[in-house]
Every structure is written in C-alpha cells, then in structure tokens.
Ligand binder design. Structure first.
Ligand code: NIG
Ligand code: FE
Length: 375
C-alpha cells in the first residue's frame, strides 16, 4: 500500500476527539483511509506528497437527505412562490407524473448530473430517496437507479398518496407489494408525516413494516406545521427526524433524550419562504443536529452544502463550527455511519481542500465556489 502525504494545511478539521481542528498540519492517506494526521513538521515519510499551500482541509460533506431520482422542472412553481403563493406539497404530484414518464436512462443521467454538482461543492457521501414514482414499478426502478450511485438509499413510497388512490389502500400497497420489491435496493425507509401526506398512525404502520424487513427508519417531520412526526421518530428509534421546522418544547425534549438526529434543511425554508428552524434552540437543549440539502425540484432545488452552511450560520443561530460539524459528522450520525464525516485515523480519507485559509469562509463567502480539490 502506498502512502500519500497532504501537507502545508493551514487549517485541518478532523473532528478527532483530542484534536478536532489543527493548524499548520498534514495528513497521510493510505488505502483510502486516514493513516496519520498531525503537525506538518512531524509527518512520517510517504511515497508521494502534495502541498496545499496553507489551505484549509475539511472532511467531505455528508448530505443525509436528497431526492435526486426525478424528472421535470418546477421553476414556474418557484416563481409563483416568490411572488406570493404558498408552498403546497401537492406539487410533488407534478414531479411524479414527469418521473413516471421518464425512461431509466434519463433518470440515471439526472442523478449523475446532480451528484456531480454536489461533488464539485464538496459532498462525498449522499443519501438518495425514491418517492416520485409511487407505483411498485416506479418506486423499485427509482431505488435500483439510486443504488447504482450510493449505498445510502431510502424507500419513500410514502411520500404522498398518489392522485386517485385511497389512503388506506395506498398504505397497504406501500407496506405490502411495494415494500417487497423496493426493500432489496434500500437501506432506509422514510415517510412524509404531515397534514396532507401521512398521519401518525399511517406513518407508524409504514415505518414498522419497513423495520420488520430490516430497513432502518427515518422520517420527514414537522415541516409545514406542528405535528406528531418528531415524537414518532423518537418512539421508533429513527436515525433522523428531518425538517424540524415547527417544534414544541416536548418535541425538543424528546429529541434531546434520544439518538435521533434532527435534520435541518435550510434550502427548504429559503425556497418556500417559511421561517427557518431554530437550530440554536436544538443545540442548547443538547440535540444532535445535521444539515442537508433536501435537493429536490419542489421545496429545495439546491445541491450545495456550502449554501446550507451559510444560511444556517446567518439565519438559524449556528456558529460556523457548529454548521460545519452538522454538515459532516452530523450527517454521518444521521446515516449511522462512523467511517465518514471526520478525518480521524481509520476514517475514510474523503477530504476537501478549500480555496480558503479557514473553513469559516464557507459562511463568510456565500455563493463563492471554494472547493479547490477533493481527495
Ligand atoms: O422534503 N416534504 C416532502 N418532500 C420534499 C418536497 C418534495 C417536493 O416538493 O417535490 C421535501 O421537502
Ligand atoms: Fe425531503
């Protein structure tokens, strides 16, 4: 195995317990894993090296929530929202129609294109959900395509009840034949628990059916209003309750006493003109917080984790350090992964070299392409 030394790192973020952030540092990569990190002058000999000229190096972003398997465009819906219309999750059905009509090749190309955008902005691990098929065939092919790109695939047959279906019959489908065809391609099961989508009992039934066949639960919760989603996530030991825009004190307490990560998705509130979730309230209560893009054509059409960090810092009460943690280690915890989102010895060596002396520039220089390279 050959060792590669990355040296002259002005600021190295590892999230290691003893040395989470170092200056004037170096990193040794061997076999795709971090073999060593420390002060530049203490670096062991390596087979090759690169000098990053004082740049900051951070762990690759872990985007723990995206909906990349889709076709069609909803820019007109966004335009209408920006001139006063409210976001209604019913727009999901527009994407469902376009996705069903798209051949596999087109869906595959769309996923590849969005993943390339993500990578160019520093994302090295991405979760991808189904949810724009809503038939057995379309959900299964969405997941099969997603699986070509990532192991972090999520079955979201319970995104909305498709047009013309009865809720009860659709829940039977989602927990029966659809689950059977989708489970082989999925690691996770998700449900949109919200007024107008699935209620508490339906969401519990759906997640429980997934758990019974070995899928791990996560949930879209408390996005459009107060509701039971967060409490259900905690009850079922879900890895993530994502959105968390409207939370009661009881919701916050439940999250704080659990292993469920609160996933905040600033692109959604940006693009729907809803109030931003209060990250400070969650952090002060001791809740583990992740940041993700929720990249989808309706509520949040951004693939940019740096954009999410900038908004979280500017408008959600997070410090730059907390936001970077949430976008890396927090995302990894949301996906129950301990090999990504940090650069401790033994971790996957996914690292991002920034065109900046400090990670703080991710929020300080919003909208600027700061990724100089990915290793
Ligand atoms: O996470 N909330 C439900 N699903 C997506 C929105 C999907 C859409 O509008 O197409 C979300 O925000
Ligand atoms: Fe989502």
């Amino acid at each position: 195995m050959t060792a590669h030394l990355v040296t002259n790192i002005g600021e190295l973020v590892t999230w290691d317990a003893d040395r989470p952030i170092l200056h004037d540092a170096a990193l040794v990569v061997e076999g795709g894993r971090v073999a060593w990190f420390g002060h530049r002058t203490d670096a062991p000999p390596a087979d090759s090296s690169s000098d990053v000229g004082g740049a900051a190096v951070i762990p690759g972003f872990v985007d723990s929530h995206s909906h990349l398997v889709f076709a069609g465009d909803r820019s007109a819906e966004f335009e209408a929202r920006m001139t006063g219309e409210a976001y209604a999750a019913g727009g999901i059905r527009t994407t469902v129609a376009a996705t069903r009509a798209a051949p596999d090749e087109q869906l595959r190309a769309n996923v590849a294109r969005h993943l390339a955008e993500m990578r160019a902005q520093g994302t090295t691990t991405t979760e991808i959900k189904s949810g724009y098929g809503l038939t057995v065939l379309d959900e299964a092919r969405s997941l099969a395509i997603a699986r070509e790109f990532t192991d972090e695939t999520t079955y979201l047959g319970a995104h909305v009840v498709p047009e013309g279906s009865d809720v009860g019959a659709y829940v039977d489908l989602v927990t029966g034949p659809m689950l059977e065809k989708c489970a082989p391609y999925a690691r996770w099961i998700d449900v949109f628990c919200e007024d107008g989508a699935f209620g508490q009992d339906e969401a519990r039934t759906i997640l429980t059916a997934g758990i019974a066949v070995g899928l791990l639960p996560r949930i879209h919760a408390n996005q459009l209003g107060h509701g039971p989603g967060v409490q259900l996530a905690v009850e079922l030991g879900a890895a993530a309750a994502d959105h968390c825009t409207y939370l009661s004190d009881t919701d916050v307490e439940a999250l704080a006493g659990s292993d469920t990560v609160a996933g905040l998705l600033p692109g959604v509130e940006f693009s729907t003109r809803q109030p931003y979730p209060d990250a400070r309230r969650l952090l002060d209560a001791g809740v583990t917080v992740s940041l993700a893009t929720d990249c989808n054509p309706g509520s949040s059409y951004t693939s940019s984790m740096p954009f999410c960090i900038a908004v979280a810092v500017r408008d959600m009460g997070m410090s730059p350090r907390e936001a970077l943690w949430a976008a890396t280690k927090g995302g990894a915890q949301s996906l129950r992964r301990d090999d990504v989102g940090h650069l401790s010895v033994g971790a996957k060596a996914d690292h991002v070299v920034l065109n900046a002396p400090s990670f703080v520039h991710l929020a300080y220089r919003p909208g600027v392409p700061l990724v100089a390279g990915i290793g």
